[in-house]
Ligand binder design. Structure first.
Ligand code: AHG
Ligand code: MN
Ligand code: MN
Ligand code: MN
Length: 333
């Protein structure tokens, strides 16, 4: 069969053998995410036609105005994951506490915890610009058969067994890794099937795009200011192009295909930046590393950080390897 005809469903089954002791649960889990992605895609696509644009009226645990689609996407993903006997706990950007999936005896045998950013870039919804979903999957560390605990969620990113994102863009794509490279699937909306369209995705070693919210320049640390000046200097391939969508998923996706760096640094007004370690930075960092890219907090590897809290934030430098290394050089300087 030609590669471009492979569906995501077929791909998941074909690659089950990557996990020698697999019982098929991880495959089932990715299948559930695939299903939720299609449902959310359907809702996002008709957002301008029905009353789901705008604010939901609540402030989430992050202090942000929750959008109606934040709530809807959160609900769809949680429901789809809870209805199957695979996941024992879920943490989400939109939920203050983690959710324990039914503690009846059978469900407690589930091995996996999932962390999600149900809708990333939600400030873009009202203006019809790309948004995304991010997911991160771990094997629980506490014994199967007992209720899930905070310890199961607070694992360093290097323990992730899989991670991925969905970008609801000009076309909808699901991109994921189980630690054996990164593959991208495009949804054919007419028949509701994802096809393998981007096998073995890799960041170019270097690139000429930098993505950072320069409106915050005045608040950035000196290292970031100097790196931005370096990007703008005329020399060789520089000045680089500046591209910032305001949705991590979309900015990351573009940079992985074209070559670039995404930066959300700490600043004088946000001591750890804005992005959340567990369901934004860790999954993107695993994908970046699996795609020959790099993810750092400016000084060290994102995937090595021991998390302390569910919603903790971390500075994020991610993208083409050489560009991230250059930015780190400026941070050290
Ligand atoms: P979310 O919509 O899930 O809260 O995430 C928003 C994040 C990220 O997607 C984006 O890159 C960043 O916030 C944009 O922040 P600024 O508007 O501060 O640049
Ligand atoms: Mn948010
Ligand atoms: Mn987000
Ligand atoms: Mn979000």
């Amino acid at each position: 069969m030609e590669k471009r005809n492979t569906t995501l469903g077929e791909f998941i089954i074909e690659h089950e053998s990557y996990f020698p002791y697999s019982t098929g649960e991880l495959s089932k889990l990715i299948n559930a995410l695939r299903l939720a992605a299609k449902v959310v895609n359907y809702e996002v696509n008709k957002a301008g036609l029905v009353d789901i644009l705008g604010a939901a009226g609540d402030i989430n645990v992050q202090g942000e105005n929750q959008q109606k689609l934040d709530v809807l996407a959160n609900d769809k993903f949680i429901r789809t994951l809870s209805n199957r006997e695979i996941v024992c706990g879920i943490a989400s950007e939109e939920e203050e506490h983690f959710i324990t999936i039914n503690s009846n005896d059978k469900q407690n045998r589930n091995k996996y915890v999932v962390l999600i950013d149900p809708l990333d870039g939600s400030s873009n919804i009202d203006v019809n610009v790309s948004v995304g979903t991010i997911f991160s999957i771990y094997r629980r560390v506490t014994p199967v058969g007992t209720p899930v605990t905070m310890e199961d969620f607070l694992q360093p990113g290097k323990n992730q067994v899989a991670a991925g994102y969905i970008v609801y863009g000009t076309s909808t794509m699901l991109v994921y890794t189980t630690g054996h490279g990164v593959n991208g699937f495009t949804l054919n909306p007419a028949i509701g099937t994802f096809y393998l369209s981007h096998p073995d995705m890799e960041f170019p070693e270097t690139g000429n795009i930098y993505s950072v919210n320069e409106g915050n320049y005045i608040h950035f640390p000196q290292g970031v200011k100097s790196y931005i000046k370096y990007c703008q200097m005329e020399e060789g391939e520089r000045p680089y192009t500046s591209r910032y969508i305001g949705s991590l998923v979309s900015d990351f996706h573009r940079n992985m295909i074209k070559g670039g760096i995404y930066i959300y640094p700490k600043s004088s007004i946000a001591s750890n930046g804005k992005l959340r370690l567990l369901y934004e930075c860790n999954p993107m960092a695993l994908i970046a590393e699996q795609a020959n890219g790099k993810a750092s907090d400016g000084f060290g590897r994102i995937l090595d950080i021991q998390p302390k809290e569910l919603h903790e934030r971390v500075p994020f430098f991610c993208g083409s390897r050489k560009m991230v290394e250059k930015a780190e050089e400026f941070m050290r300087g």
